[in-house]
Design a protein around this ligand. Structure first.
Ligand code: GAL
Length: 684
């Protein structure tokens, strides 16, 4: 990882769109930024039409003046390449670069992200504007980082894309016989006899070919990555001293395998906008931070965008206000999990355009507002938290994350449309989060499976599994690893072809379980389990061979059959969950598995509603305490409170909605060696 050059401490700032404002406003901006202790802004992210209003005519003099002004104010710049929003002249000159939807509609300009990344004219134009910026600003002292593009994600089905897809498939399969075999072309007469017949998964009469759809997602992630690499490589060549990154957007619609991409960025940067207003917003924040840190190889990363206010619930069509303390809490929660700063969309609220009512660090009301006051509070706090940046986040538990499995599970031909991969992963993460246990993610796409340092691994719905991955898991469990696997894992090979002989295919022998039948549950339906627990979404008719039943189905067609099993394997343990346990049962089960694996919560006995995260560097430790509850909490911890600079503890009071960050003292460290007591679930 490489860091924005010339920046001390944590990064603080956001997207800054001066092209929307007169220059007199820029001076106010710099003065307010200084007041808020902003030190880094992303500039020019959607400024292409202001930089090149006509083909080849550059008008960047305003950007020269802006960068000078920011530099004068001591503010560094993450200079964006504006390629996520080509100007109207470009689209009119190159209509073949406008994206085509799966049902063949060619989109028109008038919004953003309206380009096809596989079209040569677009790729050329993107390289040209990026080269212009790199050459013009290569020696500018404000330039701290390149921010390539914005949230790669646009999908296209045009002829250029189809051609690139065929090239990718030829590389992968070599010949059509191999492709027909991998795609199970014998089903529904889909064998291809000429490469020209192969297309992207366009709208069809009925269900599409699942492996074609999966390969298209894999291909498109690689194609977008190639578009990023075009720019990264030229920027690295012209400005080798300046790190290059792009901001990831999260969501199951995103056709990007972030684990794979993370090998190519100098700094993992994510945008994070929780979509829930209740406690799930905190869970989502923790999940996003843990993912980003894991993509970054357990090293620091950067929260590139978040909302200073407002949580958009798109399904409801309402944007709810975020309480000021919550904005602070979410920002610090990302820092606790390894972010080297807190950045926002955006600095100043736009007065027009499609996102005029998006929240901003400086809202429409101006500096005399609670949002700006919170912006200032956060800036002061971040200065005091800078020392925590050297600490690692030492997780001993990992969760599996595999974008390709998630894509494969989206195919409507699966036995249930109600299984969402992201939700399966979130449920496992939530259960551990509620146990107070820190987690990393391990990603098959990141390369060789490396479980060094982990005592426990949870694999929710890891649908696609190679033999090598399964073998490596087996060796790890034999050597003492504690593995928890859920339904729909190991069921298919990399081509989404079902492994025969019983589910969960690749993992049957390791788990000592063979399921001969899936019995999905309808929306809202539950099944009673022993121990007063319940399952939903999924059930399986399992027989054990070598595994012990832990929970059994209590009613329905599977009454008496095992629902959750556990098998001792060498020095380790392998658990299998054939249904989605209710949240309390899931938490209880993972607490038991963690205790067996000798994994402790960060703060055993933390009061309800208090989240604790610890960062460690040698013998220096920092404890982050977040009170998500509505009453003040007393926490058994000691140290120097970084916000006040004063000693605190025995106990520490964390106000409702508040955050306390302690530089811990020795008394607490002894407590680290305790293993939290957890209760065993299950006996009827
Ligand atoms: C992000 C995007 C920003 C802005 C923001 C609004 O995904 O990168 O440009 O649109 O969403 O929440």
């Amino acid at each position: 990882m490489r860091w924005p050059t010339g920046l001390d401490g944590l990064c603080y700032g956001g997207d800054y769109n001066p092209e929307q404002w007169p220059e007199s406003t820029w001076r106010d901006d710099v003065s307010l930024m200084r007041q808020a202790r902003v030190n880094l802004v992303t500039v020019g992210v959607f400024a292409w039409s202001r930089l090149e209003p006509r083909p080849g005519q550059y008008t960047a003099d305003w950007l020269d003046r802006l960068l000078d002004l920011l530099h004068g104010g001591g503010i560094k710049v993450a200079l964006a390449t504006p390629t996520a929003s080509p100007p109207p002249w470009f689209s009119l000159a190159h209509p073949d670069a406008l994206p085509v939807t799966a049902d063949g509609v060619r989109l028109h300009h008038g919004s953003r992200d309206t380009y096809c990344a596989a079209t040569p004219a677009y790729r050329d134009a993107a390289r040209t504007i990026a080269t212009m910026l790199a050459e013009r600003y290569r020696d500018h002292p404000a330039l701290a980082m390149w921010h390539v593009h914005n949230e790669y994600g646009t999908i296209c089905h045009c002829p250029h894309t189809a051609e690139a897809f065929r090239r990718w498939l030829r590389d992968r399969y070599g010949d059509l016989a191999a492709l027909n075999d991998a795609w199970t072309g014998a089903f529904w007469s889909q064998c291809y006899s000429d490469w020209a017949q192969v297309d992207t998964p366009r709208a069809t009469q009925y269900l599409s070919n699942p492996t074609q759809a999966l390969d298209f997602r894999r291909f498109w992630s690689d194609e977008l990555l190639a578009a990023y690499l075009d720019q990264r490589d030229l920027l690295r060549r012209i400005t080798p001293q300046v790190p290059v990154t792009t901001n990831y957007v999260l969501g199951d619609w995103v056709p990007v395998d972030h684990a794979r991409w993370s090998r190519e960025v100098d700094l993992v940067a994510i945008d994070h906008y929780p979509g829930e207003t209740d406690r799930r917003a905190e869970e989502q924040t923790a999940l996003a931070g843990d993912l980003a840190r894991s993509w970054s190889g357990r090293r620091p990363w950067l929260l590139m965008e978040s909302a200073p206010n407002l949580i958009h619930r798109y399904a409801e069509g309402v944007a709810y206000a975020k309480e000021p303390d919550r904005m602070l809490r979410h920002s610090i929660a990302h820092i606790a999990r390894g972010s080297r700063g807190a950045m926002f969309f955006q600095w100043r609220a736009s007065r027009g355009g499609a996102e005029a009512f998006h929240s901003a660090m400086v809202p429409h009301a101006g500096a005399d507002s609670r949002t700006f006051q919170t912006t200032v509070r956060l800036g002061k706090l971040l200065e005091r938290l800078a020392e925590t940046d050297e600490g690692e986040v030492p997780a001993q538990v990992a969760i599996g994350w595999d974008a390709a499995s998630g894509w494969a599970l989206q195919h409507p031909g699966l036995p249930s449309r109600h299984i969402e991969y992201a939700d399966e992963v979130a449920a496992a993460h939530r259960a551990l989060w509620r146990c107070g246990i820190l987690t990393d993610f391990v990603c098959p796409a990141a390369g060789q499976l490396d479980l060094t340092g982990y005592r426990m691994l949870v694999l929710p719905a890891l649908y696609l599994m190679s033999d090598e991955f399964a073998d490596e898991l087996g060796r790890w469990v034999h050597a003492g690893g504690h593995l928890v696997v859920s339904y729909l894992s190991g069921v298919a090979d990399q081509y989404a072809r079902v492994r025969l002989g019983g589910y969960p295919g690749a993992l049957r022998d390791l788990l000592g379980v063979r399921a001969e039948e899936f019995l999905p549950l309808g929306p809202g339906a539950t099944v009673a389990l022993t121990g007063g627990r319940s399952g939903r979404l999924w059930q399986e008719r399992c027989a054990t061979y070598g595994a012990d039943p832990v929970l059994a189905y209590r009613d329905g067609p599977l009454a008496g059959a095992p629902a959750v099993t556990r098998r001792r394997v060498g020095a380790g343990t392998a658990w299998y969950l054939s249904t989605r346990l209710d949240d309390d049962a899931y938490r209880g089960l993972l607490a038991v598995a963690a205790a067996e694996a000798r994994v402790a919560p960060v703060l055993p006995g933390a009061p309800a509603g208090v989240e604790a995260v610890r960062r460690v560097s040698g013998d220096r430790r920092w404890l982050f305490l977040f009170n998500h509850g509505s009453t003040a909490a007393e926490v058994d911890a000691w140290g120097d409170d970084l916000a006040s600079g004063r000693p605190a503890g025995g106990p520490v009071t964390v106000e409702a909605g508040g955050v306390v960050v302690l530089r811990e003292q020795a008394r607490v460290r002894r407590g680290l060696r305790r293993i939290g007591r957890v209760s065993v679930i299950g006996d009827d």
